[in-house]
Design a protein around this ligand. Structure first.
Ligand SMILES: Nc1ncnc2c1ncn2[C@@H]1O[C@H](COP(=O)(O)OP(=O)(O)OP(=O)(O)O)[C@@H](O)[C@H]1O
Ligand SMILES: [Mg+2]
Length: 234
């Protein structure tokens, strides 16, 4: 059994289901990448894994424990860190305050963890007193990822961490995500930059209309002619 298993998740926001038996999995130290067209339900699947979407069917388990009925806050305590696609930093708060907010569930000393975040993202140490809203897009994403790392998650979930950043900043961010995975954290990530993301993915998922369309290693998906033609622009 994989560290995170989201099995046959079915559910939506109201009457109609958005997810239809959507299944995702990732092990410790691995990177799983979800790609697919706009509106495919990628963010919805992330919300479902994090407990923000009521499931009509299916289940989520983490490290062998069924957590399907846990609230998002309980899932954070269970080891999940989530960086949502939008509004993922507190713009009027300083970088340091954002990281402190990330540690909200901890009652121990979190300064070592903050040091780890600063060594992963050195620019954040430099800008620690600056409001997050004054940072560049790429720096803000670093704050968002850093904030999620403050609870020392065993699973880090990232919804489009490279949205709106330049190709160079994207490459840098992917290198950091590889570094985080190498520490043994499981990474579940949604990405628009499908080629580049699948290139670093141990597991790849192509979602279409809330369903698993293709599932394989990142490498195999990149080599699959149909995936290339339909989802990667040839
Ligand atoms: N809060 C919501 N209430 C109702 N419907 C929603 C809500 N959020 C998303 N949806 C709908 O669910 C479907 C899937 O949306 P979702 O945001 O999961 O797609 P996505 O794959 O993340 O797209 P994108 O690539 O644009 O981020 C869409 O039809 C969307 O309109
Ligand atoms: Mg989305």
């Amino acid at each position: 059994m994989t560290f995170l298993t989201a099995d046959a998740m079915t559910g939506g926001y109201g009457a109609a289901d958005i997810l239809h038996a959507c299944t995702l999995a990732v092990d410790r130290g691995e990177i799983a990448v979800i790609v697919g067209p706009n509106g495919a339900g990628k963010s919805t699947a992330m919300k479902a894994v994090f407990g923000m979407l009521p499931l009509r069917a299916g289940h989520v388990s983490l490290d062998g424990t069924n957590i399907t009925t846990l609230s998002p806050q309980e899932r954070v305590r269970a080891g999940m860190g989530f960086v949502p696609q939008v509004r993922n930093v507190f713009v009027s708060m300083s970088v340091e305050e954002n990281l402190e907010m990330g540690a909200f569930i901890r009652d121990d000393d979190f300064h070592d963890t903050m040091e780890q975040v600063f060594s992963l993202f050195p620019i954040l140490r430099q800008k620690r007193r600056q409001p997050a809203g004054e940072l560049s897009g790429g720096q803000r994403q670093q704050v968002a990822v850093g904030r999620a790392l403050m609870t020392k998650p065993s699973l880090l979930m990232l919804d489009e961490p490279t949205a709106g950043v330049s190709p160079i900043v994207m490459d840098e961010l992917f290198d950091k995500i590889l570094e985080v995975a190498a520490t043994g954290i499981a990474i579940l990530m949604v990405e628009q930059n499908a080629r580049q993301a699948l290139a670093i993915a141990d597991r790849g998922y192509v979602l279409v209309q809330g369903r698993n369309r293709f599932t394989d290693t990142g490498e195999a998906l990149l080599a699959d002619p149909e995936v290339r033609r339909t989802f990667l622009g040839g």
